[in-house]
Design a protein around this ligand. Structure first.
Ligand SMILES: C[S@@+](CC[C@H](N)C(=O)[O-])C[C@H]1O[C@@H](n2cnc3c(N)ncnc32)[C@H](O)[C@@H]1O
Length: 503
């Protein structure tokens, strides 16, 4: 039996927000599919590795059922031990090939296949799509992500070079090390080459060197890595229809700029239009959502109803732009959005400061701040503005509730799952399924954030971390050292709060 490369070097699998059931449920509902609520649903993740995406998702939903399968015995053992440590009884994982999955294994509200399709051969790819069809509940959503072209055409040349250079080597650890040396060499060799190619290679080397060696070993050095054009992917899909991309703004023509948007608007074939969009953006990764063919999908993105979901603003709206009574034009990406009414400006300020609230709450808070009720037409205008901002990616829509605490308390608490992850690894998931790389010192500090330690105790711990050479606080005298520890702890807590780790 040939060895499994994922047993030799387990994958660095972590939370991927676009592959979260809250996202899938929400995109489905926005487009007219009566998706199952995340708090009472069934989920199948195919190629779940060690559960880096599946487990933090399950934590929030103890009444839903989660099944993860993966071919790699080692990774499934890792997932199983995490499930036991964290008491996640709603999750089952199996070491099994996806090619053996049968309709009898059940029908699931969500089938997630993230980062698998491009890394398996053609026959297995056929099975990925077969499972999406056969194991998907009638109102279910299948998520399939894959490397796509044209973006991967250029990355392919770097992969080719690495494979060419590593050809004589067989040990996967040594190959991954040597690949990193090669990338460092390339970075230096092309440091002063001011051509498009030179810039591209430098950027790509930086990107890859910033990833873990595990990522490089698999995503770039695996025997199979077969990117496909979007239309090629859709040609392989049988018995399911395309719903949307998991990232709706990537389908919004206005985000391409006015010239491209005007031209492509004339193209009524959705799939063809998306393929053209990929050419224009040089897209390299896709997250396609598929549903059963019977559904009537709402195809006009401008008609989506954002009101059932929580709104939050990732971009900071410049208060000088949105204050005052004059109409203000905001630029979000390539989209110009004009805000005229005072209630709209107030809403934007509120979203930025408070965040994560449903539309009705936004309206009532605006009314409170303005001391007047909003008319129906003002509410309609505000709703339209929110939908425009969601599509331009300036405002985020969220299915889940507000979970984080943005003000740091006297005895700060990090959510328990992040603390558990920080004990095992440096990639730690926040309350909204985003992963962040933490330093060893941050992971150590996280262990103390259980809501029982005072700031002084955390600052003492910081000094101990410096003695263990995990952090350099600076400061010569005791007084300076204490000040430096205070500053370091305050900075870390502010980072944890801003990135939504505190409860
Ligand atoms: C690139 S990794 C992606 C892992 C994870 N989904 C993620 O994105 O973090 C590909 C995964 O697919 C799994 N895999 C490959 N062939 C498979 C098969 N035939 N059946 C089940 N899993 C398979 C591998 O073991 C590996 O864990």
């Amino acid at each position: 039996m040939t060895s499994n490369p994922y047993d030799e070097i387990p994958y660095a699998s972590y939370a991927f927000p676009l592959a979260h059931i809250e996202r899938l449920a929400m995109v489905g509902r926005l487009l007219g599919i009566p998706t199952a609520p995340p708090n009472s649903c069934t989920v199948l993740e195919i190629g779940c590795a060690n559960g880096g995406n599946l487990l933090p998702m399950a934590v929030h939903y103890p009444d839903s059922r989660f099944l993860g399968i993966d071919l790699s015995r080692k990774q499934i053992e890792m997932a199983r031990s995490r499930i036991e440590q964290d008491g996640l009884n709603q999750v089952e994982v199996r070491q099994q090939s996806l090619t053996d999955l049968q309709p009898e294994d059940g029908q699931f509200d969500y089938v997630i296949v993230h980062g698998v399709y491009a890394w398996v051969d053609e026959d297995v790819r056929g099975h990925v799509l077969r499972c999406c069809r056969e194991n998907l509940a009638p109102n279910g959503i299948a998520f399939v992500s894959y490397n796509t072209k044209p973006g991967w055409n250029s990355v392919q040349s770097l992969r080719d070079l690495m494979l060419f250079h590593l050809e004589p080597m067989s040990d996967p650890h040594a190959r991954s090390q040597e690949a990193r040396s090669l990338l460092r060499f390339l970075r230096q060799a092309l440091a002063e080459t001011d051509t498009a190619y030179g810039r591209f290679v430098r950027e790509e080397c930086d990107l890859l060197l910033g990833q873990s060696p595990r990522y490089l070993a698999h995503d770039h050095l695996e025997d199979v890595n077969q990117p496909v054009y979007f239309l090629e992917f859709m040609e392989q899909v049988r018995g399911l229809q395309y719903l949307a991309d998991a990232h709706l703004p990537s389908m919004h023509l206005a985000n391409l700029g006015t010239v491209a948007a005007r031209e492509l608007e004339a193209c009524s074939n959705l799939l063809l239009r998306e393929q053209y969009m990929d050419y224009l953006t040089n897209r390299r990764f896709r997250c396609s959502l598929l549903v059963h063919p019977g559904h009537q999908v709402l195809r006009d993105l401008n008609a989506i109803d954002v009101s059932p979901f929580n709104l939050s603003a990732d971009v900071a709206f410049d208060p000088s732009e949105i204050d005052g009574d004059e109409p203000a034009t905001m630029t979000v990406g390539k989209v110009q959005i004009t805000v005229t009414k005072r209630c709209e400006k107030t809403a934007l300020t509120l979203l930025e400061t408070e965040g994560r609230m449903p539309f009705v709450q936004l309206v009532s808070q605006v009314e409170m701040m303005m001391g007047a009720r909003l008319s129906e037409s003002e509410q309609g205008g505000l709703m339209h503005l929110m939908a425009q901002l969601v599509l331009a990616d300036g405002v985020q829509l969220n299915y889940g509730p507000k979970r984080h605490q943005s003000v740091v308390g006297d005895r700060p608490e990090m959510w328990w799952y992040a603390r558990a992850e920080a004990l095992r690894d440096h990639t730690v998931t926040n309350l909204y399924h985003r992963a962040m790389q933490m330093s060893q010192a941050q992971c150590a500090l996280a262990q103390l954030l259980d809501g029982t330690h005072s700031r002084e105790e955390l600052e003492d711990a910081a000094i101990a971390l410096e003695q263990a050479e995990l952090v350099a606080l600076g400061g010569e005298s005791l007084q300076e050292k204490l000040k430096a520890a205070e500053l370091w702890v305050a900075t870390q807590l502010e980072i944890f709060a801003r990135h939504c780790y505190l409860v």
